[in-house]
Design a protein around this ligand. Structure first.
Ligand SMILES: Nc1ncnc2c1ncn2[C@@H]1O[C@H](COP(=O)(O)OP(=O)(O)O)[C@@H](O)[C@H]1O
Ligand SMILES: [Mg+2]
Length: 219
């Protein structure tokens, strides 16, 4: 698997530009954004820009600050929760991978992020209401999807496997016609305790990134 993701990233002609977004809070967005940025840094030679665009929490930026010396030098972190986010990204001249973590409630910033990225990963938790609550996020994606292609993936996070609520939530999402990534992120300390650190074990995230990049083409 490790070699597979390395090859997948090396073969690409374009860097990975990805937004982690769900206008609902507390769904595992920041954890997903940081773990994906760490995965990109570990599996690819290109530099990574990680942007925290959450005007309320700043979790991603705090995470990297707390990690201090441990934080990989190939990942540049910026706190840009501003309405001119897209311009700042463009003006940065960065040509490597880009991961943008967005916050709850701010559709304007989410649209800015989507306008400079090619993938939207939407972490959701296993509650039946999520399928309804994801709507504003999808509307923002649909607006941006008109001007450039945007690959959408739904990622179940903080999952307790084999529960009725997980099964029902997945059915509800499938009924809306959305692609759910085959791999879920389980509810375990490995992820909650990762905050402020650079974990050796990236858990399911290398697999999750592989699935995001491989998208709909069945392989
Ligand atoms: N897979 C997981 N297992 C256990 N706890 C998690 C997991 N993912 C996130 N958490 C915890 O859940 C809380 C919300 O996660 P966070 O990534 O900050 O979500 P968001 O950015 O959507 O608000 C944090 O305390 C985080 O440590
Ligand atoms: Mg967050």
């Amino acid at each position: 698997m490790t070699e597979h993701l390395k090859a997948l990233l090396a073969e690409r002609s374009e860097p990975v530009r990805l937004t982690v977004g769900n206008l609902k809070g507390g769904t595992g967005k920041s954890t997903t954004a940081v773990e994906i940025a760490l995965t990109l840094a570990r599996f690819s030679d290109l530099p990574v820009m990680l942007v925290d665009a959450d005007s309320i929490n700043g979790t991603t930026f705090e995470w990297s600050e707390l990690a201090g010396e441990e934080w990989p030098s190939e990942i540049n972190v910026h706190y840009w929760p501003s309405i001119n986010l897209a311009k700042r990204v463009r003006d940065s001249g960065h040509t490597g991978h880009l991961v943008i973590d967005t916050g709850p409630g701010d559709a304007g910033i989410l649209r800015q992020a989507l306008s400079v990225t090619d993938y939207l990963v939407t972490p959701i938790t296993a509650s039946p209401a999520e399928a309804v609550r994801i709507k504003p996020t999808l509307e923002a994606a649909a607006e941006i999807g008109v001007s450039h292609p945007l690959e959408l993936s739904v990622l179940f996070t903080r999952v307790k496997p084999n529960t009725v609520s997980l099964r029902e939530a997945k059915e509800a999402i499938a009924n809306v016609g959305l692609d759910v990534l085959p791999t879920d992120v389980p509810f375990v300390l490995l992820y909650s305790q990762a905050f402020g650190t650079v974990p050796d074990d990236l858990g399911v995230f290398p697999q999750v990134l592989t699935e995001i990049l491989e998208g709909g083409d069945d392989e």
